[in-house]
Design a protein around this ligand. Structure first.
Ligand code: FMN
Length: 180
């Protein structure tokens, strides 16, 4: 079957993360993100792609910091609330019933109950006509003790880190499983 070139998200499973930021007025924001990738293992940089009209992008530009939270697959309700377009002065933690997970090296809090938290500092923004690529450095990485063993291995059957694939009817949320 030949598919349209812009249907990449229908053939490629993608992670779903919640990016938490704070505005320059210290308003907490959280938004789901699919276009995120680590830049080459084992380096410590990651990249996200952002449409230009995003409070998340404005906050990263203003503060130089963000947290990438990996939600569990049962956080779909929270993810969908955060996907709504709230004004920048709205605290999206309160809107979505999210509790802060204290960050160690950056100002924005993480989100409690997530699988892992990547605290990031802005390295570079690559601005295109319609979107922006944001490169960040992970300055602190923490896994939720409920899901990680002593060697840093994730029990992903238990953690169910959220991912997605696009279908004809929209986003289908899923998570990794292993054949046993
Ligand atoms: C599963 C999912 C993945 C998303 N991925 C992205 C993305 O990669 N880049 C982007 O700009 N918006 C993405 N969005 C849309 C934003 O999350 C949405 O517009 C949100 O309201 C932005 O919030 P903000 O203005 O507070 O940053 C995604 C939405 C969902 C539901």
């Amino acid at each position: 079957m030949i598919l349209k070139p812009n249907m990449r998200s229908q053939v490629l499973p993608m992670p779903v993360v919640l990016i938490s930021t704070v505005s320059k007025d210290c308003v907490r924001n959280a938004a789901p993100w699919g276009c995120i990738m680590p830049i080459l293992r084992p380096l410590d940089e990651i990249a996200i792609a952002s449409w230009l009209k995003r409070d998340t992008l404005d906050n990263i530009r203003d503060t130089g910091e963000f947290v990438v939270n990996v939600p569990t697959a049962d956080m779909v309700k929270e993810v969908e609330i955060c996907a709504k377009s709230f004004p920048p002065e709205t605290d999206e933690f309160e809107e979505a019933g999210l509790f802060p997970h204290p960050s160690v090296k950056v100002k924005p809090p993480g989100i409690e109950g997530c699988v892992a938290w990547m605290e990031c500092e802005l390295v570079e923004e690559i601005l295109r006509e319609k979107y922006s690529l944001v490169v960040g450095r992970v300055v602190h990485l923490e896994g939720n003790d409920d899901f990680f063993d002593e060697s840093g291995g994730m029990d992903f059957e238990k953690a169910k880190p959220m991912s997605m694939i696009l279908g004809p009817d929209g986003v289908c949320y899923t998570h990794p499983t292993s054949e046993r």
